[in-house]
Design a protein. Structure first.
Length: 216
């Protein structure tokens, strides 16, 4: 079983990742600014205080872990926008300071930069609200940064165009930089199945130093 340090464990996606990891028997250290917000109780769960924007805090949380997962992003509202690209840089800086071999990093990404069937990108669609465009481009900037990193094993996992709480089916499809759509042209994934895909990637690494995306 893997030892996982999870940033953003109390968010919409992070809470599902936490539950999926614990249900599969992994050991999780939830790293949050306010430990009191984690009400989950489990023998394989440790809750510590930390800040993803502080490289020293990242280093401390990453020591002795197999994987660091960052579920920090804009999915929980505009207020999280300012953390997306800075957290990517802080995570890499913190992992570089770990003694010995650095844990692998898996970061929650965005769908905005995925290519659509017409050759554009998701963020080129008409009518998107400005705050959502800002979140999409912030995730794009973070991905651009990760792609400059060669000394840390990283993976960026983009969701479908629509991700929301729903059913855990345990099934999904994967792609790289092209948006996955169904026969009706829709691109969707539940947060539960997104978490399944993320933990699957921990257990069976397929995408080292690249972005991939998941959808139903």
């Amino acid at each position: 079983m893997a030892k996982i340090a999870l940033f953003g464990a109390n968010g919409t996606i992070g809470s599902r990742v936490l539950r999926e990891a614990l249900d599969r028997g992994h050991h999780v250290t939830a790293v949050v600014r306010d430990p009191a917000k984690i009400t989950e109780s489990h023998p394989n769960l440790t809750v510590v205080q930390g800040d993803v924007l502080d490289p020293a805090s990242v280093t401390a949380a990453a020591e002795g872990q197999d994987v660091v997962v960052s579920a920090v992003g804009g999915g929980d509202g505009p207020g999280h926008l300012a953390t997306i690209e800075p957290s990517a840089k802080s995570l890499i800086a913190g992992l570089r300071a770990v003694d010995g071999d650095s844990p692998r990093l898996i970061a929650v990404g965005g769908a905005g930069s995925l290519r659509t069937p017409d050759g554009r990108q998701v963020w080129d669609a008409e009518g998107l609200p400005e705050f959502l465009l800002q979140i999409m481009h912030a995730h794009g900037d973070a991905l651009d940064y990760y792609r400059t990193v060669a000394d840390i094993r990283w993976t960026n996992l983009s969701p479908a165009a629509t991700i929301e709480p729903g059913e855990r089916t345990g099934t999904y499809r994967t792609g790289l930089d092209d948006l996955i759509t169904d026969t009706d042209g829709q691109s969707r994934i539940s947060t539960e199945d997104y978490a399944v895909a993320l933990i699957d990637e921990i257990e069976q690494p397929q995408h080292i130093n690249e972005r991939f995306n998941v959808a139903h």
